[in-house]
Design a protein around this ligand. Structure first.
Ligand code: FDA
Length: 375
């Protein structure tokens, strides 16, 4: 008999949910993580009494009541509503694109006027079938919105001119013809009261965790200790990069403390011009309506990814998709290893999706009826 029923590699949201659910079903679980902390990319660090999102701004949103009730059973969520503001060359515009934005751009006052303006700009741009992101965006929203609010931001995000980016990156550009600055359409959204660490700590209650422990540093030892592995690390590394490396975009965060209670007046400001090297600045206290005397603001710089950097966004182009499919074929044949989460499935997941997929995996593993639909 092995020491553990499950070894879970990675204490991100996927690993936490899986370990919690397996433990609840009487299984012996051990979680290892190579980082110094649990929580993966949703980890917060307290600075000046403020929860600072270490790996990028995280706002929880979902349409799935089952998922919302699930997270709220561990920690209560506040009523934070994401309403980013765009700064383009010193002018401010509300996001997502809505009647406030259209008024700020053109002084139009009715939905009919706004629709007319957009329609005429789309027609004037004379794009046939879009062959790249530049044409795709123009054909969806016309010149002004594209030039001021999309082009520079997207080029910074992906590190190349819009004309050289594939059209599929932008499938839709939602526009709202009401004066509503709520970024997400989902029924439920918010941020955990007291921060995301509360959520992961409650999920991990009573579960053995070993930090600064890399699975690959002693793979045989870990394999010998357990019947089954739940792997949430990089799938290409699991298979010794035999089909090549999967590529990512990376990010660099610069945190700054200001000796003022309110620096930018909003949690998220997007910088949509190309010339400013960061894409957004995050004033963390506003996620929790904080009234601390100081404030922390983080600038987010997109970067080229190299293997020693943090892997943030998968690049789901033809080359990488093909490589991933080869790894995934091997993964599907594994009897004792389950692959989950964003790195092992080479997929961008929002938090509610990663939770849904972990709960789904639990249901399959324990042959139960799935509790939540995946969305
Ligand atoms: P995650 O990366 O969190 O966890 C994997 C863990 O495995 C890590 O802790 C890692 O150290 C560990 N690990 C890897 N290899 C290992 C090894 N060999 N040995 C031991 N441990 C190993 N979502 C949302 O709903 N709202 C939002 O606002 C945002 N915002 C956002 C901003 C940015 C910049 C990004 C990149 C992402 C978001 N997200 C988001 C998505 C969210 O971050 C994501 O859904 C979850 O963090 C994914 O959790 P995972 O457990 O899959 O991975």
């Amino acid at each position: 008999d092995k020491e553990y029923d499950f070894l879970i590699v990675g204490s991100g949201l996927y690993g936490c949910v899986f370990a919690h659910e397996a433990t609840r079903r009487g299984k012996r679980c051990l979680i290892i993580d190579k980082r110094k902390h649990t929580g993966g990319n949703i980890r917060c660090e307290e600075v000046e009494g403020i929860n600072v999102h270490q790996y990028g701004a995280h706002i929880f949103h979902t349409n799935d009541k089952g998922i919302w009730d699930y997270v709220n059973s561990f920690v209560e969520f506040n009523r934070y509503t994401n309403s980013p503001v765009a700064n383009y060359k010193g002018e401010f515009y509300n996001l997502p694109f809505n009647m406030n934005t259209f008024y700020q751009l053109w002084k139009v006052k009715t939905p009919a006027e706004a629709m007319e303006k957009i329609k005429s700009q789309v027609e004037a741009s004379k794009v046939g079938v879009p062959t790249n992101l530049h044409e795709q965006a123009l054909s969806l929203v016309g010149t002004d919105i594209y030039e001021k609010l999309i082009k520079g931001y997207t080029e910074k995000q992906w590190g190349r001119p819009a004309e050289q980016l594939p059209a599929f990156i932008i499938k839709r550009l939602p526009m709202r013809f009401t004066f509503d600055n709520n970024y997400f359409d989902d029924k439920y959204q918010g941020v955990p009261i007291g921060g995301y660490n509360k959520l992961t700590e409650r999920l991990l209650e009573g579960i053995e965790v070993r930090l600064e422990t890399d699975y690959f540093a002693d793979r045989e030892k870990w394999d010998a200790m357990t019947d089954q592995i739940v792997f949430t690390g990089n799938i290409d590394q699991f298979y010794d990069y035999q089909f090549g490396r999967l590529e990512y975009r990376s990010l660099r965060f610069e945190h700054q403390v200001y000796d003022t209670p309110n620096h930018q007046g909003n949690a998220v400001i997007n910088y949509t011009e190309r010339e400013i090297p960061y894409t957004r600045t995050i004033e963390h206290k506003h996620f929790e309506f904080g009234n601390q005397p100081k404030t922390v603001v983080t600038a987010e710089y997109p970067e080229e990814w190299t293997p020693e950097k943090e892997a943030y966004y998968p690049i789901n182009d033809a080359r990488n998709t093909k490589i991933f499919q080869q790894y995934n074929e091997l993964a599907r044949q594994e009897k004792y290893t389950l692959f989950g989460g964003r790195l092992a499935t080479y997929k961008y997941y929002d938090m509610h999706q990663v939770i849904a997929s972990a709960l789904h995996a639990v249901a399959v593993k324990f042959q139960e009826k799935p509790v939540c639909q995946q969305n």
